[in-house]
Design a protein around this ligand. Sequence first.
Ligand code: HEC
Ligand code: HEC
Ligand code: HEC
Ligand code: HEC
Ligand code: HEC
Length: 415
Amino acid sequence: MMVRDSIRVKIGIGAVIVMVALLLAHWLDSGTFAQELAMSQSTIEQAFPSSSKCKRCHERVFEEWEISPLSRSIHSPVFRASLDAFLSSPAGKDKALCFRCHAPHVREFPDQVQLFIDQAKAGDPSLDGVACAQCHLIKQVDRTKQPPEPKYELESKTLYGPYKDAVQNRAHQSMELGLFQKSDLCLNCHQSVPSAASLGKANDLLGNWDQSKAVKSGKECQTCHMPEQIGESANGEKKRKTANHTFPGRIGKLRQEAAKVDVHTKVEGEKTTVTVKVQSLVPHNLPATHPAWATVVLDLDIKGKNLKTVFTDKRVYGRVYQDAKGQKTSFDFEAVKVLEDTVLKPEETRVETFTFPTPKDTKTFDVEVTLNYASIAGPAPFLQRVEAESSKGSQDPVFQPIEIIKYAENISVNK
Ligand code: HEC
Ligand code: HEC
Ligand code: HEC
Ligand code: HEC
Ligand code: HEC
């Protein structure tokens, strides 16, 4: 303000002075702008200390979390590319939407949305997404809200966790909170995506999980996704029961427990039928349907003479969405309707039948069945954008399918 006033006073003196004053004003302005940004980030980090602060004493937990997808919740090239697509879409007016789960502390700093956006776009944000404090400061989750909302304790030095008897330390107080061993903690981000609200119940990512056998037998999300192990909870403390923070899901061994496939091949002269029974062992949808392109694919490959593929077919498990213009869309924030839903429901068994001509000129043939998470799909410009955003380009992991199960059997034609 001071600078601007002085411009007005000196306006009669000469253009040169005005110019200098303007330049000065501009310089001062951008200076304060940069300072303000730095200040707002430090305000945010006063309430939600950076995970690097926890690393000092919780090295094991930090290293596990660091390799988990959670540590990249606003870093991944595909997140940045889809954030951009979102912001330039009509739904993008609600700028904080994606961060509500990908960097949930945005809820406490609604005025700082732009800072979160700029950080995510920078590619290597210094701001955390879903890190230690973002979970361990949650005091309560309100499941009457859709999606359920967490309540944060700001300006608190108390970190909540699973232990009744946490050892005292200099950095923070601790308190046992039952919520940390309950699915409710996870549901506030994993249950449904709010942008697809017009889809009604169809925006449900997990399906009827609470009716599953696993849940009825007392399993929580943590039982499978934060498996119990023995180790140091804090550096140098005695070993005790701890929780694995790599959050196995698509990555890690857990996915091998996703399903069972039973394959039965029947050769009847010229015609062969392969029946595949896919039994999901997961207490929630397989796959969870956000982002919208998330699909699991069952591939059948028949290899005849010289292991040459003579027949292939597949089944796709996922959702197909339609946008307001009546076109198929790969983005759930644009979706107004579900056109097709082939997701494997919690613990569902699906029987798939494939019929094809019996391979010729061979005594045996191979039946290969694989279940994979499909690689990313979407409009070409979007995929190019993801490629451009990634330091690995077209080698970015999102362009690779991830194997869940592989089954192979050699079948005799004369059987
Ligand atoms: C604040 C929101 C939030 C909370 C709370 C949360 N998650 Fe997540 N979770 C995410 C986001 C966002 C991702 C995706 C990160 C990425 O890949 O960009 C994710 C990813 C995951 C993954 C990896 C999924 C995959 O595709 O492999 C697992 C497993 C997971 N979370 C389990 C949990 C469990 C268990 C809890 C509760 C203890 C939990 N999450 C609590 C937001 C959350
Ligand atoms: C209600 C919480 C929630 C909201 C809101 C949300 N996400 Fe997610 N997002 C998640 C979770 C949980 C995962 C992990 C899903 C999984 O692996 O099954 C995820 C995964 C993703 C992924 C794939 C993993 C990655 O980062 O590489 C992308 C991309 C993504 N989200 C983009 C977005 C965008 C863009 C928005 C805003 C339009 C958004 N999300 C809004 C919870 C949310
Ligand atoms: C997505 C939410 C989430 C994130 C992110 C997260 N935690 Fe946890 N943490 C939990 C839950 C839930 C438990 C309790 C699990 C149980 O007992 O089944 C836990 C347990 C712990 C424990 C006690 C058990 C142990 O393994 O030592 C410590 C310490 C801890 N977390 C520290 C951290 C630190 C440090 C970070 C960041 C590097 C972090 N957490 C990130 C949810 C989270
Ligand atoms: C000066 C070292 C130090 C720092 C820094 C530190 N912690 Fe701890 N923390 C400990 C010790 C020691 C324990 C107790 C471990 C035990 O009882 O086995 C603990 C326990 C915990 C627990 C378990 C509490 C309970 O009651 O279940 C959580 C959660 C936790 N810390 C999270 C964090 C987070 C998040 C940060 C970063 C914001 C952090 N800690 C920073 C030393 C530290
Ligand atoms: C009985 C073990 C079990 C329980 C309990 C469980 N899951 Fe899973 N979950 C799995 C398995 C196995 C996979 C890998 C196959 C798959 O993608 O479904 C998985 C995958 C996931 C994925 C990533 C892959 C995807 O399909 O997007 C997310 C996210 C996830 N689970 C979240 C949760 C949440 C949230 C809960 C609690 C409401 C939960 N899970 C409870 C076993 C479990």
